[in-house]
Design a protein around this ligand. Sequence first.
Ligand code: 3NM
Length: 201
Amino acid sequence: MSQKELHVISGGKHTWSEIAKIAAQIHPYVTAIHIREKTKSLDEVFIGVQYLLEQGIPAKSLYVNGLPSIALALQTGGLQLPGTTPSLVIQDEFCRGIQRIGVSVHHADEAKWREKEGADYVMFGHIFATNSKQGVPPRGLEQLKQLVNHVNIPVIAIGGMTPARVKSVLDTGASGIAVMSGIWDAADPLGAVLAYHDELQ
Ligand SMILES: Cc1nc(C(=O)O)sc1CCOP(=O)(O)O
């Protein structure tokens, strides 16, 4: 079986030095560490990502959430765009210099539309109930399977992912998972990553 993807999403609760320390341990075992620091300014994220690079985190392991200019300028491994992103952004010449672009989606038709626009992968969630996404019911494995069958690009499942749930998620045909609290809230983030990694083999 080909290697499945493991995306780790930062949750805005750690300092850059804490992110660097955890990223240094986990990057060999993950596809990407997404820098999703919604409350920080563009300048703060730019300086933060630069700091992670200086600390030896490989650029290819870092995906920037929502800030194309940083992904382009620092040549990170990817860019994750929110579902509200206008079509123009992905199709812009500017984005061609970005290594890999993923878009968050919440419906199969949206995923197809993003595929046509040129997204390299889509992220779909939330699959299971999670404290990280409250107020909206989870979409569940059946919707994930339908979405996977609707597109030809990789689908990354997010929301409530635990190592014990990985097999049921992969059985839908999903290409991998994305995890926030399961890593950043863990007493041992590296141990948590290895547990997900084992299930994804
Ligand atoms: C950042 C994010 N996006 C989602 C979506 O549905 O698009 S769910 C989510 C949070 C996932 O956190 P956890 O791994 O702690 O459940």
